[in-house]
Structure formats: C-alpha cells, structure tokens
Design a protein around this ligand. Structure first.
Ligand code: HEC
Ligand code: HEC
Ligand code: HEC
Ligand code: HEC
Length: 432
C-alpha cells in the first residue's frame, strides 16, 4: 500500500505541477487588460470591486459565491425563502436537539447553515446570537472582512477588544484576505495563524509554505484570548480533537459556559475543517496524497478564450466533480463519484444526528436527577466530566462542514468515542 501511495503521490504532484505551469503561461488574450498597479492604500485594497479591472475572472468567481446551491448534505443554501426573508437554512428548526445541547449559549438562539463568502459580513451582522453590536467584540469581524487587514496594520492587537459597532465596515471576505495588496501574491494575512503554527504541533503534514494556509486563517476551531480578545487557535498541544480538549482543560476559554441543566463546563467548537482534513489520528487518504483545500475547492478552469485560471467560486466540490475529482476517479465516473461521496457522508450524517439526540437525552436525564437532588457529589462530578468530554467530541464533528467527507475515518472514531461516553454516563445514572 505504501509503494502504491507513493506512486500516486508522484503522479499527482507531476500532474498538478504541469497544470500550474500551464496556468502561468496560458494567457493569450490578456493584452487589453490593464496591468495590476498594486494598491498603496489598504482601504482601497480592502474594497474587492477595485481589483475587478485587473482580474475579471477571479472577480466573477468571487461574486458567484452569492449563488445558492444545494447538494445532498451540503451546499450553501436554498434559492427559495426558507426562514423569514433571509433565505437561510435554520438548524434549530431542523435539529431541535441543538437547543438542548447548546442551552445557555448564544447558539441556542440562532444557528443557520453557512453559505458563500459573499454573505459572510451580512450574516455576522444579522446573527441573532449576539444582537447587541456595542457589547459584541470586534473579533467577530475577524473571519468576515478584508477590513481586518487594515485594522491589524493600524491598531496591531488593540482592535479586537473594541466594540463591533465601532469597527464594522462594508467589506466582506475578499481578495485582500489572501493576496498581497502590492503584487497580488498569495499570502495569508492573519497573524493568529502564525501564532498557532509556532507551537510546532502538526503531525501529519508540514504546513510551512502551503497554499491552503489561506483557508486555515478561518476554517479552524478557535476561541478568544481572555484579555486581548484576539483569536487563538487551540493548537498548543496538537490539532486532533483530544489534543484540543487538553488545550481547553488547561484554562477556562472564552467560548466555554456552564450548562444550565447538568452544571458541566462545556465548550463550543467552531468549524475545524483544516484540522479534520489534515490532522486527525485517523489519517485521511486525500490529505496523504498531497491534496490541499484549494485542489478541490479552487480547481483550474479554462475560459472561452483558452485562458487557464484558478476558479474563485468557493462552493461544494460536488457541483464540479468533472474538473476536480476525475483525474483520480474517472473509473467511477461523475455520477458514481458523487454517489460514493454521498455514501461516505450519509453514514457520518446519520451517526452525528443520532448521537446529537442521545446527548440531548443524557443532558435532560442528568438535569432532572440533579434538580431532584438524587445525585451524590462524586456521581454528579463524574457525570459532568462525561458531559464535557462527550459534547466536545460530538460538536467537533457536527460543526465541521463536510459531514465527514474531509476525513471519514476520524469522524467515525471521534463520534464513536462520544457515544461510548454517553452510554457510560447513562449506565452510571441508571445505576445510582
Ligand atoms: C478531496 C477534495 C477536498 C479537499 C482537499 C477539501 N475538501 Fe472541503 N469538501 C469536499 C467535499 C466533497 C465536500 C462536501 C460538499 C457537499 O456536501 O456538498 C466539502 C465540504 C466543504 C465545506 C462545506 C461546503 C458545503 O457546500 O457545505 C467547506 C467549508 C470546506 N469543504 C472547506 C475545506 C477546507 C478549508 C479544506 C482544506 C482543509 C477542504 N475543504 C479540503 C472536498 C474537499
Ligand atoms: C477571512 C476568512 C475566510 C477565509 C480566508 C476563507 N474562508 Fe471560507 N468561509 C468563511 C466564512 C465566514 C464562511 C461562511 C459565510 C456565511 O455563512 O455567511 C465561509 C464559507 C465557505 C464555503 C461555503 C460553505 C457553505 O456551506 O456553502 C466554502 C466552500 C469555503 N468557505 C471554502 C474556503 C476555502 C477552500 C478557503 C481557502 C482557499 C476559504 N474558504 C477561505 C471564512 C473564510
Ligand atoms: C480565500 C483566499 C483567496 C481569495 C479571497 C482570493 N484568492 Fe486569488 N488565489 C487564491 C489561491 C489559493 C490562488 C491559487 C494560487 C496557486 O495555486 O498558485 C489564487 C490565484 C489568484 C490569481 C493568479 C491567477 C490564477 O487564477 O491562478 C489571481 C490573479 C487572483 N488569485 C486574483 C484574485 C482576486 C482579484 C481576488 C478577489 C476578487 C482573489 N484572488 C481572491 C486565493 C484567494
Ligand atoms: C489525487 C487523487 C484524488 C483526487 C483528486 C480525489 N480523490 Fe478521492 N480518493 C483517492 C484515493 C487514492 C482514494 C482511496 C482509494 C480508493 O478508494 O480508490 C480515494 C477515496 C475516495 C472515496 C472513498 C471511497 C470509498 O467508498 O471508500 C471517496 C468517496 C472519494 N475519494 C471521493 C472523491 C471526490 C468527491 C473527489 C473530488 C472532490 C476526490 N475523491 C478527489 C484519490 C483522489
């Protein structure tokens, strides 16, 4: 198997190198396009419309993220109105157990399915989780806006603790988040990522110099620093779920709260796409083959005039399997590949929802026993520890946006551990 993988890696690397070379040289019809002069002013560079004249194809892709698509388990949303007038998929209606699991935390008040980059600013402004703009920390803007690049340049780490209302502007995620304003080179612009990587806790890949670090700026778990309110990536002891729990256990984190029913201290996990894809204890075949986020979410496209460029319409790869998966899976065909991917996702999707409900039942059972005064201190302490750990594992997979596709082996391992804990807790509760 090792030799077989090495051969595939070599073939894949050669293939991608070739297509990258063609992307650079294949721009025959660019003559009437103005040369990129670079921006001196970060305010100008933060407005994505200003990049349009120089890079119309990438700009078109960016605008295209406003398109609503639905796949079997993913895609950004629905074209028709779903909840009020905001065209969003309401998770609290779809999965009522979430209200129990997140009870006492803002996610029990408003939780919608994520959608394209075009909507990011709008959706954070609109969130029903933290409606008070003055009380909300500016950090919430951290993953939603190019303005952050300017805020960081001007205020260093002193802007995070300001009020959201003071710093919010008009710009959603855009070019400046991933490209340097002077020469448009791909680079990441969030120093919390460098701080996270400085722990040196990657096991499976060497992140240094990888293109997909631009995605790791935002598609990771995080919490706020207690004093500065700056984003912290919880990678001090490692990136897989047990290591992150260890990081949380060392201190109380900003997104931990005491669950009103069980009294346990629990943590809210946020979208760990980067960690699940590259750094599980179960190794992911696609990451091991050398694939990065960009390979599946930003495939090479060819314009009508033959120009090759990188697709900038971040969406579900299952909407463009032809340009993304067929180099390796042509034997399965387009339909066959989608079917297999959905098969992999379906098994994780059903399990994560079943365990989500089991967790809610457990929480309610503990809550009731606790309210009735029927638990001695030792038993309650053990039940709370079980709640904390089980919820951490379940949420890590539930909030990850690929429904297991990014690393199905790891997703099952982590969910199975959550379920075993809940079972242990139920037995303890029923035996007492
Ligand atoms: C091997 C191909 C592949 C790679 C590499 C990959 N993904 Fe994905 N990603 C997918 C597939 C397939 C889905 C599921 C889409 C669906 O359910 O419609 C997905 C889903 C997603 C989603 C949710 C999108 C949606 O439509 O619901 C996000 C966000 C995402 N990936 C980000 C990332 C990030 C960040 C990385 C790098 C750490 C990454 N992906 C690497 C294939 C890939
Ligand atoms: C500056 C932060 C930021 C960066 C950088 C970023 N993303 Fe996102 N991404 C988000 C946010 C926030 C959302 C959800 C927006 C919403 O729901 O309004 C999102 C949504 C997405 C979606 C759609 C999810 C869905 O459910 O439809 C995909 C796919 C995606 N990102 C992939 C990527 C990839 C791949 C990269 C790297 C090339 C990347 N993103 C870089 C913040 C970021
Ligand atoms: C989430 C990160 C991200 C954002 C946002 C983003 N890009 Fe890119 N861009 C990339 C990546 C990754 C590549 C491919 C780099 C590689 O593989 O060499 C790329 C490549 C490019 C290239 C080189 C030509 C090509 O197509 O490969 C240009 C030009 C470009 N982007 C312009 C833009 C413009 C203009 C915007 C805003 C409308 C933008 N990008 C937004 C990540 C991003
Ligand atoms: C660089 C080559 C490569 C690319 C690109 C790639 N895959 Fe894979 N994929 C593999 C290999 C190798 C395996 C493991 C061996 C196998 O199952 O054939 C695999 C396994 C899978 C499996 C598991 C099948 C099963 O039933 O166990 C699914 C599903 C899958 N890939 C879907 C996709 C999708 C969807 C895309 C595009 C978004 C994609 N792959 C892109 C190489 C690739």
């Amino acid at each position: 198997m090792r030799k077989f993988s090495m051969l595939i890696v070599l073939l894949v690397v050669a293939g991608f190198a070739l297509s990258a070379m063609m992307a650079v040289s294949g721009s025959p019809d660019n003559d009437d396009r103005p040369a990129f002069p670079g921006f001196d002013d970060l305010k100008e560079a933060a407005d994505t419309d200003n990049w349009r004249p120089y890079f119309p194809r990438q700009y078109e892709g960016w605008v295209g993220t406003a398109e609503m698509r639905e796949t079997m388990y993913g895609g950004g949303g629905k074209a028709e109105a779903e909840d009020m007038d905001i065209k969003r998929i309401n998770y609290l209606q779809m999965y009522p157990f979430l209200k129990v699991n997140y009870d006492g935390f803002p996610f029990s008040k408003g939780y919608y399915r994520s959608r394209g980059h075009y909507f990011a600013l709008n959706d954070v402004i609109d969130t029903r989780r933290l409606p008070d703009w003055d009380a909300r920390p500016a950090t919430c803007l951290g993953c939603k806006s190019t303005d952050v690049v300017r805020l960081q340049a001007v205020h260093r780490d002193n802007w995070y603790a300001k009020s959201f209302a003071k710093v919010v502007g008009d710009n959603t995620i855009g070019c400046l988040d991933c490209h340097a304003p002077g020469d448009a080179e791909v680079r990441h612009a969030r120093d919390w990522l460098d701080e996270g990587m400085a722990h040196g806790t990657f096991n499976n890949i060497d992140p240094e110099g990888r293109t997909d670090l631009v995605c790791a700026q935002c598609h990771t778990n995080y919490h706020f620093h207690t004093e500065t309110r700056k984003v912290v990536l919880p990678w001090s002891t490692g990136l897989h779920v047990e290591a992150q729990l260890e990081h949380y256990d060392a201190d109380r984190r900003s997104d931990e709260w005491v669950h009103p029913q069980t009294g346990a201290l629990v943590a809210k996990i946020q979208h760990p796409e980067y960690e699940l894809f590259h750094e599980g204890k179960e190794v992911n075949v696609h990451s091991m083959l050398g694939l990065q986020c960009t390979d599946c979410h930003m495939p090479t496209a060819r314009a009508e005039d033959g120009e090759r460029y990188t697709e900038h319409k971040w969406t579900s790869p299952l909407t463009h399997v032809e340009s993304t998966c067929m180099d390796c899976h042509s034997r399965w065909g387009v339909e066959g590949t989608i079917e297999r991917a959905e098969g992999v996702q379906g098994r994780v999707y059903r399990k994560q929802n079943r365990i989500g409900r089991e967790l809610a039942d457990f929480i309610e059972a503990v809550g009731e026993a606790r309210a009735n005064g029927g638990l001695d201190d030792d038993t309650l302490t053990r039940l709370q520890a079980i709640h904390r750990e089980a919820q951490f594992y379940w949420d890590f997979i539930w909030v990850e946006n690929s429904n297991g596709f990014h690393n199905w082996g790891e997703a099952h391992r982590v969910l199975d551990n959550a379920e075993a804990l809940i079972k242990e807790g139920m037995e303890l509760l029923n035996g007492s």
